[in-house]
Design a protein around this ligand. Structure first.
Ligand SMILES: Nc1ncnc2c1ncn2[C@@H]1O[C@H](COP(=O)(O)OP(=O)(O)OP(=O)(O)O)[C@@H](O)[C@H]1O
Ligand SMILES: [Mg+2]
Length: 318
């Protein structure tokens, strides 16, 4: 009898993934515990090959019911290496008659285990690739509809082709900088500071940034980059960044609110022109509100003080 046992997530059980010589219905369903009672569990524990001369007189482990029910007498088992330094499982060969497994038999088993390990490795890499392609298709679709929507809205609020060109290009460029930064991080959680630096790059000399090492999901980072870009463009057009003496302070911190963690962000402009609350909003401020309140489930408060815009928003983060 021969078997490949796969270590299940959690590490408490091994599944009979493949094998020959076992009663019908067991391959794919039967499990063996990893506790020291089983030969496979013992193999994993000692991290070495294990040879059993006679299971009935074995003292290192009692032998699981799978082996006993098949009248197993002798056997040998070796570890099948996994991808991340963790074992994939155990390869075992067993006989119902007494047989002495030699060193060469065990070496042969090791070679088979290595072949099995590399086949599993290749299969998993293929699976991961398929998953990535699926994910990519989804992301490209999202990105294209975002760009289409940015274009339509920029066109609706622009009074000339030149204005449309300038605004749309700036929006896409900022999005592209944020994307590059998030992609470099492997599209995983990204540092908020990195997003801020990427989007506000043209104005960094005029911004005081105060915030700890907060991480945001890749999707939230893209959403935040859109909002930050609109805020910065407005500051450069109408607010603190439109005059040489103006200054922007960007401050963030995390706080607990019941079972949620909120990221609180303050955007304070000062030293710029005297301003007042606008009588009507354009696409930029609508986009900021949509991103913070609808996309990121947050709350936003904007105060147009004479000394400059003061904006505060909070969004739930993990
Ligand atoms: N930081 C700011 N300081 C002073 N006024 C501001 C500031 N941000 C926005 N405003 C005022 O709010 C108005 C609306 O801004 P909003 O971003 O919605 O539209 P816009 O900038 O005029 O056009 P768009 O963003 O579509 O290019 C602006 O016209 C301006 O009067
Ligand atoms: Mg604007």
């Amino acid at each position: 009898m021969c078997k490949i046992l796969e270590l299940m997530p959690g590490g408490d059980a091994l599944l009979l993934r493949a094998g020959v010589g076992w009663k019908p219905g067991l391959v794919g369903t039967a499990t063996v515990g990893t506790e020291l009672g089983s030969q496979a569990g013992y193999t994993l524990k000692v991290s070495n090959s294990v040879v059993v001369d006679d299971l009935s007189t074995e003292t290192r482990f009692s032998g699981p019911s799978l082996l006993r029910e098949h009248g197993v007498v002798s056997g040998a088992s070796v570890i099948i290496a996994g991808m991340d330094g963790r074992a994939y499982g155990v390869l075992g060969a067993h006989t119902s008659r007494h047989m002495r497994f030699s060193r060469i038999d065990v070496e042969f088993l090791h070679s088979v285990a290595n072949l099995v390990a590399s086949a599993i490795h290749r299969n998993r890499a293929l699976e991961r690739q398929e998953l990535l392609i699926h994910e990519l298709r989804h992301r490209v679709g999202n990105l294209l509809s975002l760009i289409t929507s940015l274009f339509n809205n920029s066109a609706r609020s622009a009074s000339s082709i030149a204005e449309l060109e300038e605004k749309f290009q700036a929006r896409v460029m900022s999005l592209s900088r944020a994307h590059s930064m998030i992609l470099e991080a492997g599209w995983r959680a990204t540092s908020l500071r990195g997003v801020v630096d990427a989007v506000l790059e043209p104005y960094l000399e005029r911004i005081g940034i105060e915030g700890g090492d907060v991480r945001v999901s890749a999707d939230n980072a893209v959403a935040l980059s859109l909002a930050l870009h609109e805020l910065a463009t407005n500051a450069a057009k109408y607010g603190a960044l439109s005059t040489p003496d103006g200054w922007l302070t960007l401050r963030w911190s995390k706080r607990r609110d019941g079972d949620r963690i909120l990221l609180a962000v303050n955007w304070h402009e000062e030293g710029g022109p005297t301003i007042s609350a606008p009588s009507q909003s354009g696409f930029g401020s609508k986009l900021v509100t949509t991103v913070i309140e609808r996309q990121l489930n947050g709350e936003l408060k904007a105060d147009y003080l004479e000394s400059g815009l003061r904006l505060h928003f909070e969004i739930p983060v993990v």
